[in-house]
Design a protein around this ligand. Structure first.
Ligand SMILES: Cc1ncc(COP(=O)(O)O)c(C=O)c1O
Length: 327
């Protein structure tokens, strides 16, 4: 109930370290973890401590704009790199490295790329780590939905690679419990964690320790584990249902792959369409989608990211029928 460590509640930090070390193949010690109010705060604080005005930060295009905003607010220049069916295109990154000489960081969502849901392939992961070590740029890995993967084997974070030297690994409780919790974490070098901790002291003194202790109780009593087991099965069934209705009503109009995990599908209309207009029309019918300009760097990218997790089967089918009629 009192003032405490600005890097987060000690017991909660230990619980997160244990989870990251045992479940996600990391090798973290107590001073390499920091508890935030969600991933967004992790991105903002890391950006403020890592970046200087004019630094170059590479991002995936399409990608997660709220992260880009955090880098821009620290004065960084954003450089987009394309994404294909293996994830971030490494050849494009190499071109940027040649053209710009130095790059400070790259922000990636390799588990299920936002918004395309693609998992970064193993060869590209290896190449990315090699490039990061060679050129000294930091890999900022946003692992926002790590818990929800329906394949046989878990995919370990890029930051867990034994030879990864420069990384900031970001996770959140937003998908496991709820976005309103505002609980997340970042794992990074001792030095960066120390800087982030000093910054937190000026603006926030400490995190939401009461919430952290409440969630820790849920972890210690096994509720989170049970919830995750149930939720994963629930979402897997819902993903399969969503695939079925897309196949029924939309398969002639869009291309898509059933995602291996995550809580969204990525559909690309077979004909180039003004999706921003469609987003406005859908809103009139009570359906909210992410408009392409919300994840495209400059010109809107021809794709729809449809989240299915919070909707029931009737809502999902109604939404797909409406999209089909508008396409
Ligand atoms: C790419 C990405 N990162 C992070 C988050 C979660 O953000 P936060 O932890 O701030 O709620 C989301 C939520 O949708 C996301 O899509």
């Amino acid at each position: 109930m009192g003032y405490s460590n600005a890097s987060g509640d000690t017991d909660f930090r230990n619980a997160i370290i244990q989870m990251l070390n045992f479940k996600r193949g990391m090798r973290l010690s107590a001073d390499e973890i920091f508890i935030t109010r969600g991933s967004q705060m992790a991105m903002y604080l890391s950006a403020q401590c890592l970046l200087r005005k004019g630094d170059h930060v590479v991002v995936e295009n399409p990608g997660y704009k709220p992260a880009w905003q955090a880098f821009k607010s620290a004065g960084a220049q954003i450089l987009p790199v394309g994404v294909d069916n293996e994830g971030l295109i490494i050849e494009d990154l190499k071109l940027l490295l040649e053209n710009y000489g130095s790059i400070k960081a790259i922000y990636i969502t390799p588990h299920h790329q936002f918004p395309t849901t693609v998992t970064l392939s193993l060869p590209r992961r290896l190449e990315l780590v090699t490039l990061s070590n060679k050129h000294g740029f930091t890999i900022i890995e946003d692992d926002y939905d790590n818990e929800f993967h329906f394949g046989q084997r878990p995919i370990l974070p890029v930051s867990s690679f034994e030879n990864a030297e420069n990384f900031i690994y970001i996770g959140t409780m937003s998908k496991i419990v709820a976005p309103a919790l505002r609980l997340g974490y970042l794992a990074a070098s001792r030095n960066l964690i120390a800087q982030v901790t000093e910054l937190r002291k000026i603006i926030d003194v400490q995190g939401d320790n009461i919430m952290a202790q409440a969630v820790l109780q849920l972890i210690n009593e096994g509720h989170i584990k049970r919830h995750l087991r149930k939720a994963t099965l629930h979402y897997k069934n819902k993903r399969d249902f969503f695939e079925k209705v897309i196949n029924q009503h939309l398969s002639e109009k869009v291309n898509f792959h059933k995602p291996e995990g995550g809580l969204a599908f990525w559909l690309t209309p077979k004909q180039e369409t003004n999706l921003s207009k469609i987003a406005v029309k859908l809103l009139d019918k009570g359906i909210q989608i992410i408009s392409p300009q919300d994840f495209s760097f400059d010109k809107p990218i021809n794709g729809l990211r449809l989240g299915y997790a919070s909707l029931n089967e009737d809502q999902l089918e109604y939404g797909i029928k409406m999209i089909s009629s508008l396409l």
